[in-house]
Design a protein. Structure first.
Length: 274
């Protein structure tokens, strides 16, 4: 039986626990399809940072409570400031940049494997949250949508960068301009998600995936992420030279020694993440 360690997030809008070295983060505003409030975003950023620093956490699984993943920003809360108390343009830009870096920037920057389990709608900033994870699995009933053009917005939370790298120049524009609902089957064919699963199996299979990653060579995974990030803008020879440095680093790791021993002894390796 796996041991569960609850994480105090400071709010009931985000539930978090560590189970089998997997940090399970659950957006918990099902009454508004887990739309991102200021409180939820702040808690999410804090917990992502803690997970990155905690050696007991070796993979992260992000999901949503109820029938949705995340409906994006809380539209109903976007215009609550009166003209007298509204921040200036520069203040609003600075605030948004800080929030984006604390959540989406931190998530992309994590050197541990991340998985998004998408039980339902993922829209706008919520879609960007899923795309910022390394691997995405979705329920067959899930719907993905950029949604920004429907409310006259241009996009945030790194969605332009993420979409362009996942689906390419032309498809990214199509998804942003048209804001069409994309079902799980098409999302998989476009490369927005890695796999669609029966609704009833999603959470169990997503956790099994995160657990398998948590049992893997954590240090090597971090180096793999460095290689893959570097390769986006590097020439081939430069990328290959960068890989060489990380290959030697991982060759000197305890996990590599364990992997070699396990191979010779014809058993499954017991990686420790270092």
């Amino acid at each position: 039986m796996s041991q569960r360690l609850q994480i105090d997030t400071g709010t009931d809008e985000l539930a978090a626990e560590i189970r089998d070295h997997v940090a399970v983060l659950t957006l918990n505003r099902p009454e508004v399809r887990n739309a991102l409030s200021r409180r939820l975003s702040a808690a999410l950023g804090n917990v992502i940072k803690r997970c990155g620093e905690d050696s007991q956490v070796r993979s992260i699984l992000i999901t949503g409570a109820g029938a949705a993943f995340c409906a994006g920003g809380d539209v109903n809360g976007m215009s609550q400031n009166s003209p007298a108390t509204a921040p200036t343009f520069d203040q609003r830009v600075s605030d948004l940049r800080s929030n984006q870096r604390a959540v989406w920037g931190a998530l992309v920057g994590l050197r541990k494997p991340t998985v998004a389990a998408i039980p339902g709608a993922a829209a706008g900033a919520g879609l960007a949250l899923a795309l910022a994870c390394d691997i995405r699995v979705a329920a067959q009933s899930a719907i993905l949508i950029t949604a920004y053009s429907r409310v006259g917005l241009s996009g945030d939370c790194g969605i332009s960068w993420l979409l362009t790298r996942l689906v390419g120049f032309s498809r990214a524009r199509e998804l942003m301009f048209l804001s069409e609902r994309v079902d799980a089957r098409r999302a998989e064919s476009l490369g927005l998600i890695n796999q669609s699963l029966p609704d009833a199996d999603l959470q169990e299979r997503a956790f099994a995936l995160a657990t398998s990653l948590a049992r893997g060579p954590t240090f090597a995974f971090g180096c793999m992420k460095n290689n893959l990030d570097h390769a986006v803008n590097a020439e081939f020879l430069e990328s290959m030279d960068y890989e060489a440095e990380n290959l030697i680093r991982t060759e000197l790791s305890l996990d590599h020694k364990e992997g070699v021993s396990a191979f010779g002894e014809k058993r499954n390796p017991a990686f420790q993440g270092s």
